[in-house]
Design a protein around this ligand. Structure first.
Ligand code: SAH
Length: 340
């Protein structure tokens, strides 16, 4: 049976038409679920009893459970238990512009990036759209607050779970749903090129971030196995085409790994690769984990790299850090749970 949080408003409208009801009932259901935050269909008081009964027959309202929560000043990390006893994580960050949440897109990940904790734990399954929606709803309910922006940068490769991710985005972006503006939604991918082309065609004004992490194929092949399928040349062409179709600036993410990808040589290669393109580079301080030998770049090497990019005209920022004290590396909390 389908979960009620899994339907886009259009799907819910089609459902109501199919059962011989007016389609505006979909809006009413959306208002209950996403604005009044009422999960019990019995309490949808502006719907007739027979419609409520029909909904109860046709849909579940199963909700993910908060299993564990870790807090630091500006960050809260949640571990959720799913219906099949799998675990996923989401992280809430307090920015000066409001609350933002980093959601997981899959249970585990198959991309196998060598520096990433999630890559150690193979993908178990896709997340359903409703499960990702509920990551947000559960945190909003726990904190009695509203989340303003969403980054799809938690565990998993969103473009490897494409259909569910697009449905998720439509649900949270809906004007009668959670009303999270497309410009406040960022999808981060390791570079599944055919799906970047598909994404470009959708009328969704979301932000795209590409995890590049290396400016040449030799190094990127070592760090990110996906590069053997879609190399930098192919990925760069996809970014170019995405820019020309959407007109929206793309973010290039670059995790700073000491003595691996943080020398002046790589900085200049990065400039060569992207000069003149409408991108900006986000340098990410690496979160070290116990299991992997990679080290975070020293402040000095980070600043040197940053200054070279800036001086040569690449828009560059350094990612603000959250949650150094609380297993913040992607997949660490889930990893510690699964090892128990
Ligand atoms: N699969 C998607 C989204 C999830 S990973 C992607 O690859 O973009 C989110 C980002 O965190 C990626 O840029 C990833 O390379 C980076 N990352 C993974 N492990 C990290 C760590 N330990 N410290 C800092 N960033 C990390």
């Amino acid at each position: 049976m389908r979960n009620i949080f899994d339907l886009t408003k259009e799907e819910l409208e089609a459902y109501f038409l199919e059962i011989g009801e007016k389609k505006f009932k979909a809006t009413q259901v959306y208002e209950w679920l996403y604005q009044k935050k009422e999960r019990d269909i019995n309490n949808f008081s502006n719907l007739k009893k027979e419609i409520r009964e029909r909904l109860l027959q046709d849909f579940t309202t199963f909700f993910i459970k908060i299993e564990k929560k870790q807090e630091d000043k500006l960050v809260k990390k949640y571990l959720f238990r799913l219906y099949d006893n799998n675990f996923i994580e989401a992280v809430l960050m307090e920015h000066d512009y409001g609350l933002s949440i980093c959601v997981s897109s899959e249970v585990g990940c198959n991309m196998g990036c060598s520096f990433c904790e999630s890559g150690r734990q193979k993908k178990v399954r896709n997340l359903e759209a409703y499960e990702i929606v509920e990551e947000i709803l559960a945190i909003e309910e726990d904190l009695k607050t509203r989340i303003k922006s969403v980054v799809i940068m938690g565990i998993g490769e969103p473009l490897d779970n494409y259909d569910n991710i697009i449905r998720f985005i439509k649900i949270i972006n809906d004007a009668k749903g959670l009303q999270i503006g497309a410009r406040h939604i960022t999808l981060s991918t390791c570079g599944i090129v055919p799906k970047i082309y598909e994404l470009a065609k959708l009328p969704l004004q979301i932000n795209l971030a590409i995890s590049l992490h290396a400016p040449n194929d030799e190094l990127r092949n070592k760090l990110m196995p996906v590069n053997k399928v879609y190399n930098i040349g192919v990925l760069k062409q996809a970014i170019r085409d995405y820019l020309s179709v959407t007109g929206r600036r793309v973010t290039i993410e670059y995790v700073m790994l000491e003595y691996i990808n943080d020398s002046e040589k790589e900085a200049h290669e990065l400039i060569e690769l992207f000069k003149g393109m409408n991108i900006y580079v986000n340098l990410i301080p690496y979160n070290e984990t116990n299991h992997l030998e990679f080290k975070r770049s020293s402040k000095k090497r980070l600043m040197n790299f940053y200054n070279i990019l800036k001086t040569c005209g690449l828009n560059t920022t350094i990612r603000k850090e959250f949650g150094g004290n609380i297993d913040a590396a992607c997949g660490q909390l889930r990893g510690s749970m699964n090892e128990k």
